[in-house]
Design a protein around this ligand. Sequence first.
Ligand code: UDP
Length: 311
Amino acid sequence: MKHILITGGTGFIGCHLCSRLIGEGNRVLCLDNCYSGTLTNIKGLEKHPNFRFVHHDISKPFITDEKIDEIYNLACPASPIAYQKDPIFTTKTCVFGAINVLELAKKNNAKILQASTSEVYGDPIESPQKETYKGNVNPIGIRSCYDEGKRCAESLFFDYHRTYNTDIRVVRIFNTYGPKMAQDDGRVVSNFICQALKGLPITIYGQGIQTRSFCYIDDTIEMLIRTMQANNFYGPINIGTPTEITIKELAIKILEKTGNKSSLVFEPLPQDDPTQRRPDITLAKQILKYEPNTSIEEGLEKTIEYFASKL
Ligand code: UDP
């Protein structure tokens, strides 16, 4: 049994990771300040003898005598609406949070994984994005609290590795979707599904020609765990699916799947909204011996089913 600390464990990705690792017989300590996550996401786990939740803001040091073998650092609001609400707090969560978890890893001699993001590539000029691409980030825009915060966290991870030989893993997570996404955080998949199910117009920002590559949550979780298990590998590594679609295509797919006839309305494109995003996952296939196998059709059906049961 491994003793695993998950920061951001009540968030969308965090709660799935908690369930999976508990299911595999580990002890999980879940930290969260519930800024964007919710206790509802870990309902059911709370009573498990190997699971413990602690309300804590990771931008403050976390002190514990508990043994820790592995740390997954997922704590940070991740949707544009959530991370732009209090941008200074977002940067603190990324940067102070990284230092605090890295100190814990150093003290415990633990392996530590940083949930970085495709946002480190900004509005990429190169496509698909390889891990070697250095990105095209606006350092003073409305997304920079998150983009630069996550870039600084990557830098801290590699500096701890070089300075203290900390056993790090840096993963760059591309767009992920699935059950337990927050209904109200403005993400495109949750927005479109909820709008379609309620018969409301589908809000496309810009002309909907910008692209994203959507990875189903189970595939994301599998890739995170495999990265943690990989030996002598530190990253960075892209986590996601290379199937790229436009936002308008996504809207049409969701309308088809829900059987709804909502209209499409076009709203202004937010500032610095990336025009394209698609991971090159050659490295993931080679190191993790895995590639996502849930099609967008199957993933959307499961996600629609989830939201239909909630609304
Ligand atoms: N988007 C949209 N309508 C919405 C929500 C988002 O057209 O109701 C667009 C958004 O402008 C972006 C894409 O969908 O181009 C993905 O947005 P999301 O916030 O899900 O993630 P991110 O921009 O971080 O990839």
